[in-house]
Design a protein around this ligand. Structure first.
Ligand SMILES: [Fe+2]
Length: 134
């Protein structure tokens, strides 16, 4: 899998959330770079913790924004966000217990989930609420 390239197709047309999404893409790409240098295992714990920390802030911000504007798909977004955090926590547990020995599945999950989520779910709130962003 190649590095994720940021492009307009990923934009939700709200600068604050585009910036946060770029940061998430950056975290995933860092993991990718480490893997390609054979250092995936060394940074896996850091990568998982950084992802958990940053997505918590990001999801909270998005959900607060959706709530403020009575966005009808808030519940579905909350559910998707919670499932994502659970899955990453599960990777963390697998890593800590020695079950997870490679970064490949983690990278592939993060990569696929984030791109799909931004393009499908987040693009919708972008369309609905971009004119309300400050
Ligand atoms: Fe998002």
């Amino acid at each position: 899998m190649p590095l994720i390239q940021w492009n307009d197709a990923l934009s939700v047309k709200i600068d604050k959330f585009d910036d946060q999404h770029k940061k998430l893409v950056g975290l995933i790409n860092e993991l990718h770079t480490a893997m390609s240098q054979g250092k995936g295992k060394e940074i896996i714990s850091h990568a998982i913790n950084a992802m958990i920390d940053y997505t918590r802030t990001h999801f909270k911000d998005e959900e607060a924004f959706m709530k403020m504007h009575n966005y009808p798909e808030l519940n579905a977004q909350q559910k998707a966000h919670a499932q994502f955090v659970d899955k990453v926590l599960d990777f963390k547990k697998q890593y800590e217990t020695g079950v997870l020995t490679t970064t490949v599945q983690l990278f592939s999950f993060l990569n696929t989930w984030l791109i799909e989520h931004i393009k499908k779910s987040d693009a919708k709130y972008g369309q609905a609420l971009a004119n309300k962003a400050v």
